[in-house]
Ligand binder design. Sequence first.
Ligand code: SF4
Ligand code: SF4
Length: 133
Amino acid sequence: MLVDTLRSFFQKPVTRLYPFERNASPERLRGKLHWNPDNCTGCCLCAKDCPSDAIEVITIDKKAKKFVMRYHADRCTYCAQCVQNCRFSCISMASGEWELASTSTEPFTVYYGNEADLEPLLGKAPPPAVDMP
Ligand code: SF4
Ligand code: SF4
């Protein structure tokens, strides 16, 4: 052990100076969830199948196929079940977004959707009813 300790003084460190030095994250890493409303049918399969109750699909206008999503990143287990189950490829997980720690809870509730559809949820008008899974 003494030999190893002495040898280590003359070797380059094997650890990285994170966060100053970063490696690219693996392509398939399951990072923060993203949602694209363009093809969403509001079927709520993603919300029903989520084991962590981390997704809410909120109907703005069913006929016009307007929906928004409320995602609770602090409940998500990053299992990717929602990604696999959405038949319209609306959900993805960003491999580069995995540093999600925060000192407040605010960033863990994320709203996705078109800006006009999100207005009622963000306090500018009464919020619509939530579709329960
Ligand atoms: S499963 Fe896909 S299409 Fe259905 S509500 Fe979720 S995101 Fe929309
Ligand atoms: S990745 Fe898993 S836990 Fe996270 S929202 Fe999707 S189904 Fe739920």
